[in-house]
Structures are given as structure tokens and as C-alpha cells.
Design a protein around this ligand. Sequence first.
Ligand code: GTQ
Length: 347
Amino acid sequence: MTASRSRPDTDHYAEIEELGASPLWRYYGAIFDSEPRSRAVPYLWGYQRLRPHMLHFADALSLEEAERRVLMLVNPGMTEPPATVNNLYAGIQIILPGETAQAHRHTANAFRFIIEGEGAYTTVDGERVHMHPGDLLLTPGWHWHDHYHEGDGPMMWLDGLDYPLTNAMEAGFFELYGQRLQKPATPDDLSSRQFIHGRLNPTWVPRNPVNSPIGNYPWTETERALTSISDDATGSLYDGIMLEYTNPHTGGPVMPTMSCRISRLPARFDGRAHQHTSSTIYHVVAGEGRTEVGGTVLQWGPKDVFAIPAWAPHRHVNASTGDATLMSYTDEPAQRALGFYRERPVD
Ligand code: GTQ
């Protein structure tokens, strides 16, 4: 049998495309790259430049119109759909005295790190959690949450969410509560008061291996933890004195997809360079310095936000005579859980 294997005038490439098939040999490099090449770029969002626009929109747009009054920090390499780094998002939210942001829930995990203002709280699954600058508040996936501001002056915070990852996994759901605000169902701030950071845990609270049961990691305790060791701890050659906020039941990250951290770069810190498959978003709590990411220098000061893409070689420098304090979050837990995480020093 010498049955011809192909008709000479057939465009097999065109025909297989019609059939929903594609030649792997033409895509090999694109699909199996030798190492990660992030679409995200190193980028810095200057807080002092954004702040007047936040205040403008606070005047110009009601929360009834906006749902949440947030400026998304969109990476120039990741505009559609908007994300800050590959799997993570950052936004800056503003709420004015007397305003309410209506209750909703989503499968994406979220946290807030408070930047300025006093007197607002968020209600998370029936618990009112009060906010103070430097506090880390958690809204784990599928928890109802609404915000209310009963203080004076504008209140601003950083929102961190993993919705780019949730959506990449095609696992995103969203729901409105139906009423604008939840009614408190437990004493205010109970979840934060009844855990002292994993050292003395209430025995009656069910263990939660997925999310931390703590609503707020208050700045007073975070600062105490930092100052108690800053002068004596060796820290990391790469990240300085870096502490991870933990789930008191597991010792692991506060949420399954995101690890939240606080770090101190002492005066004259001259960090070593490394790279890792996780992406990182930083918020400067205090101090100034620079982060060199590949050939890009991100010069940061108080309240700025900056992004380090996956696998980008980077190092942190604090050339000043004062300490710098940085809050950061990363998708490292998600990568570790899936067996993808890698890191290495860069000379
Ligand atoms: O405050 O619930 O920045 O649902 C993005 C989505 C904040 C919030 C964001 C949200 C919220």
C-alpha cells in the first residue's frame, strides 16, 4: 500500500487550525521558557503624588456610586486585566467620615494595611474590627465585609487581594449582602483580643488551617515585635529583619495564597541580591531607601508602594542614617503549595 500521506496542495497548518489543533514545535519556546519572564515590570507608585487625586475623588464621587473608592495600582505590563504583579493586586482606598461601603463578599482573599486616619472599622462576618495606622486587617475569601467611618478626616489604607490568581484559576465568585451594613454579631475586635499572636490561643475557637482567625494584627504589637529584636537579630542578608504575620493555629501564612510581612532595614543596610519565583508588593511604612530590580532603581519614601516581578533579581539598600520599615506581601504560599517555588542568590 502506498497510500499518500498527504495531498501535495494541502495547507495542513491551516487545516489543523480549523480543527482546533496547533503544532507544538512552533510554540515550544513560548510555552516552556527556560526561566520565568514576568509580564509585570518593576514599578513604584508615589503616595504623595496619588494622595491629592484620592482626596479629589473623595469629594467628587459618593460611595453609593463607587461601591469602593479605590485607586488600583496597575502595573504598566499588566493592564488587561489590571493587576499589580502576576498574581496579586494593590489598591489605595479612601473613605470619609459618615460614609459606608456596602457589605459584599468574594472568593478572593483580601487584607488592608492602614495608612492614615482614625475612627473607621470594617465588619468581617459580623465582627467589627477597628483600624489604626499600621494595623493589618484580614478579610479571608468568602467573608462578608463592609466598611464604616465614624471618625474625623479621611481614612486611607492599602488593599491587597489575590484576585488575579483567583481569576486565573477561574474560581471567582462575588455576592452582595443585600443590606448595606452587617449587624454586629460578636463583641468588637474579639478575634484580635483573644489571640496573642499564637502564643496563648483560646482553646474554644475551632482550628482554622486555611485562614488566620485573627481580624486585626495591631500596629502596637507589630512595632513591639520589631523593636524588641531589631538591634540584636541577624536578619536576612536579602530582606533585613523580616517577620511574617502568622496564622496562630498553624504558624503558617495568614491566608493560603498570600504571606504578609513586616521588615526593618537598619540604617546603612546594603542588601544582597536574590531572585524568587514569587512576586512581591511593598508598602513603605517609614524611612527611605532604594530597591534595585534588574536595571531599574526604585527610590522609595514614606507610604510609597512598589512592585517586584517574579524572578527579577533585586536588592534593597537603606543608605540613610535611620531605620526603614516595610510592609510586604507575596504569593509565595501559593507557589509553595503547588510545588513551584524557587529562589536563589544572584551575584
Ligand atoms: O474593600 O472590599 O481594593 O472588594 C478591591 C475589592 C477593596 C473592599 C478593593 C474590594 C475591596
